[in-house]
Design a protein around this ligand. Structure first.
Ligand SMILES: *Cc1c(COP(=O)(O)O)cnc(C)c1O
Length: 390
């Protein structure tokens, strides 16, 4: 195999940690290693760093510091929001219905299903259209006094579609139902102002915006009842027990500041590259289609389906050619089933087996896109031929 430069096109799966973030993190392993719950100087130093990080993140979201709960990542934030809000609403007013969409990340959908299997809730779906988008009128028709919680993903990880979060939040607010959104994919690209969005709870995870893995946050509107899902000490206002991971929390705050500093310019740059990529793929490859919304999608996100192509085979060939892409969500790697999300937006299994997600980021150049467009048509053709023979 000829050695070649790797081209990483999977920024929706994870991003490299910004050098400046690494620099901000290191002192909090040592010498500033204190436990923020300790009374002494070392502890107070750690607490100061923790509270500064909380303030920075709150400010970025237009929230109050007390509304930020640190967690171990996007998954835990989703778990805390969905399980914690559903249990609190049942305790408070006996509500037992959970409304989600068929295109949620598994961190939301599997939590909702556990609440159904083990805790006696009922999960119902707000439909999505062929772009994977919610129509707020459908929610209006479904929501009622027995609804404990609504959770709708802000920007879809697999197909990039952006949902009308502010409109959805308004309906939930009128009905006094808490509304959570998984904003993990949105952070690096979209507005996160929790007041204009009007959400009750919002999840983020640092490794999707050039921060470290294993750390995230949940925004929770002041005055909202929630049942903590991790119990123990009184950290995080009693809502998430366990000694806070100060180095990673400091890193997340730094990463968020850095990404917001450059958000408009970088989104514009990525949107141009993305549009060139989409146009190139649809022009050069037969039986190919864009999945997700044509315009209301993440600026760094292109996703396609190819008829009669095995996505895993496609990814292996692309990898061999030096390109790191995904079939959809990273969590589904190795799963030969047709994508649930692609089926939910109406693709037949022959199409839903052939999903390709190409997500761009800071390291992506025009040259990368042109090289990708040179290679992809042959690779898709190869995967179709192999399909036909077997
Ligand atoms: C990555 C991701 C998650 C999970 O976040 P982790 O920090 O990896 O646990 C949840 N939701 C969405 C939409 C994601 O893209």
């Amino acid at each position: 195999m000829v050695w070649q430069e790797r081209v990483y096109l999977d920024y929706a799966a994870t991003t490299p940690v910004d050098e400046r973030v690494i620099k901000a993190i290191l002192p909090y392993f040592s010498p500033n290693f204190g436990n923020p719950s300790s009374v002494h100087f070392e502890g107070q130093q750690a607490e100061a760093a923790l509270e500064e990080a909380r303030e920075r993140i709150a400010q970025a979201l237009g929230a109050k510091p007390r509304e930020i709960i640190f967690t171990s990542g996007g998954t835990e934030s989703d778990n805390l929001a969905v399980r914690g809000l559903a249990l609190a609403e049942r305790k408070r007013r006996g509500a037992t219905r959970i409304l989600i969409t068929p295109v949620e990340h598994h961190a939301v959908s599997a939590t909702a299903h556990q609440l159904e299997d083990v805790y006696g809730f009922k999960v119902e779906y707000i439909p999505v259209d062929s772009h994977g988008q919610v129509d707020p009128d459908d929610l209006r028709a479904l929501i009622n006094a027995d609804t404990a919680l609504v959770s709708v993903i802000y920007a879809n990880n697999e197909i990039g579609t952006i949902n009308p979060i502010a409109e959805i939040a308004k309906i939930c607010c009128e009905k006094n139902v808490p509304f959570h959104t998984d904003a993990v994919q949105a952070v690096a690209h979209l507005s996160l102002d929790v007041e204009s969005l009007g959400v009750t709870a919002l999840s983020l995870g640092a490794h999707k915006f050039y921060g470290p893995k294993g750390v995230g946050a949940l925004y929770l509107r002041r005055g909202t009842s929630i049942v903590p899902t991790q119990t123990g000490g009184a950290q995080e206002n009693g809502l998430r027990a366990g000694t806070e991971n100060i180095p990673l929390i400091v890193g997340m705050a730094e990463a968020l500041s850095l990404v917001l500093e450059d958000l408009d310019r970088e989104s514009e740059r990525l949107r141009t590259l993305r549009d060139r990529l989409i146009e190139g793929v649809l022009e050069s490859i037969p039986r190919a289609r864009l999945t997700g919304h044509p315009t209301q999608r993440l600026p760094n996100h292109a996703s396609f389906a190819f008829e009669h192509v095995d996505a895993n085979l496609l990814l292996m060939h692309l990898d061999h050619e030096g390109f790191a892409c995904s079939s959809g969500s990273a969590c589904k790697t190795g799963n030969p089933e047709p994508s649930e999300v692609l089926q939910a937006i109406g693709l037949t299994p022959q199409w839903a087996m052939g999903g390709l997600r190409v997500t761009l980021g800071r390291g992506t150049s025009q040259d990368h896109i042109e090289r990708f467009l040179e290679v992809l048509p042959q690779v898709v053709e190869k995967c179709r031929v192999i399909n036909r023979v077997s």
